[in-house]
Design a protein around this ligand. Structure first.
Ligand code: MN
Ligand code: MN
Length: 454
């Protein structure tokens, strides 16, 4: 159903609300790409998926997953048709905007210990001050061991944060343009204020390092090879008096990651091999070994073809991709009545109207976008309408307002059919983003229908 409010479809809203509960749990735990991979693997194992690296040969009905450097995962249900005839791919990203500790983060100033950060992805910097923040990540030591850091989620944990200037002294600050009110170098996290010993140089920093050493067995130098991500602290919550929405950190793009993953988890048998791939680094250009541009996915499909007995798996992978269909599962800018001017209302995504298709995104004349083929778009319209899924279309803002990108064009480069398909979000990239539970549910139903469609 095109452009209808999906809530009206559910006299009994229980399935929508229950799905929302499970999703809240998922994002409350999955604050980083590593944690999402961990959680995804646990859910996959529960449903009988096995590590593909441990399997010598595959047959229809087999369920496998492959993990790449703890930050990127691909899961497959092997279909009855040969893999070379193409696969169905649901691809989402699991990195979200945040603040990363620098390699050399620690310093002290006037009896405050700080961690210096470099923000990750597109953030409105002024949104990240005066809120409780948590620390998540890993510290990798020279002896080959890795320590996991998780501070600020347990209600008994301390939180950290970044200060802002009091309004009383902010006359000059408030004259600055929004992008300059808080500068990137001022996004330094307060860690503590108790000196270790009187008269010692940087005694507060020394005390913080002592606490970290006691807790994690690490020295200051170990933070050179660490990934400490500063994220909003605390769980996702119901939002709105009617509990119709979820407020949480990282809906972009874990909401599409979760719905895509659940679509695969809740599918038993398929004609065409089904895949969910969750990638890292989308917010910084899909670069690196764990981003969508990595050869990981190509290699994994080649491994599958080899395990299926194909004598030329690398060539067969190319042909498989040409025959494949993909939904690039990523969020859309939800129409916000308080900021109506940035959209073309005819081509905007509305809360409650279900899964959103973006034929193109891009900026400045569709620049950098994957402009999906209308032949493919027609096919997917038929898929969602046949499954009674509510759906809508959108572009990202009105012409020349701005724009953005997804991983769609990267898979499009393999000459596969790709269209962006996701969920509308308010406050995108803010520490607290909002989605509608019914859009989450419709996206899940749409993704499931896509995996089964002829
Ligand atoms: Mn995204
Ligand atoms: Mn984003």
């Amino acid at each position: 159903m095109y452009r209808k409010n999906a809530w009206n479809k559910y006299e009994d809203k229980t399935p929508v609300m229950e799905f929302g509960e499970a999703y809240k749990q998922f994002i409350s735990y999955g604050k980083t790409e590593r944690l999402v991979v961990k959680e995804a693997v646990a859910l996959l194992k529960e449903k009988g998926f096995v590590d593909g690296e441990d399997v010598a040969s595959i047959k229809p009905g087999d369920k496998l997953y492959f993990v790449n450097r703890n930050k990127n995962v691909a899961a497959f249900i092997i279909g009855k048709k040969p893999i070379g005839e193409g696969i169905r791919i649901l691809g989402a990203h699991i990195d979200s905007p945040r603040l990363d500790w620098k390699e050399h983060p620690f310093y002290e100033d006037h009896d405050f210990a700080y961690a210096d950060t470099h923000y990750y992805g597109g953030v409105k910097k002024y949104q990240w001050v005066t809120i409780p923040l948590a620390l998540h990540g890993v510290i990798c030591k020279k002896d080959g061991s890795t320590v996991e850091v998780n501070i600020g989620e347990d209600p008994s944990d301390p939180v950290v944060g970044i200060t802002d200037l009091l309004i009383h002294l902010a006359q000059d600050q408030l004259q600055k343009p929004g992008a300059k009110i808080i500068e990137g170098e001022a996004l330094d996290v307060s860690l503590g204020s108790i000196p270790l010993a009187e008269g010692e140089k940087d005694a507060v920093k020394a005390n913080i390092l002592k606490i970290l050493k006691e807790k994690y067995g690490v020295e200051e130098e170990d933070f050179l090879s660490a990934e400490i991500e500063v994220t909003p602290a605390g769980p996702a919550r119901d939002y709105g008096l009617d509990r119709s929405m979820v407020a949480g950190y990282g809906h972009d793009d874990r909401v599409c990651a979760y719905t895509s993953l659940r679509a695969v988890l809740d599918t038993e048998e398929v004609e065409t091999t089904a895949c969910c791939i969750l990638v890292d680094k989308e917010e910084v250009g899909s670069i690196g070994a764990t981003g969508a541009q990595s050869l990981f996915f190509e290699n994994v499909v080649a491994k599958l073809l080899q395990k299926a007995g194909d004598p030329h798996p690398v060539f067969a992978t190319r042909m498989c991709f040409e025959n494949s269909k993909m939904l690039s599962s990523d969020v859309s800018a939800g129409y916000d009545p308080l900021y109506a001017g940035v959209n073309d209302p005819k081509n905007a995504a509305y809360f409650g109207q279900g899964i959103v298709f973006n034929k193109y995104l891009g900026r400045g004349g569709k620049g950098g976008s994957n402009d999906a083929n209308p032949e493919y778009y027609a096919w997917i319209r038929n898929v969602v309408d046949s499954a009674n899924v509510n759906w809508q279309n959108a572009e990202l803002g009105k012409v020349d307002q701005g724009g953005g990108g997804t991983i769609a064009y990267i898979l499009g480069n393999y000459n596969m059919n790709v269209i962006d398909a996701g969920i509308p979000v308010h406050n995108m990239h803010a520490p607290m983003e909002i989605v509608s539970k019914v859009d989450v549910y419709e996206a899940y139903l749409g993704y499931k229908a896509f995996l089964q469609a002829e």
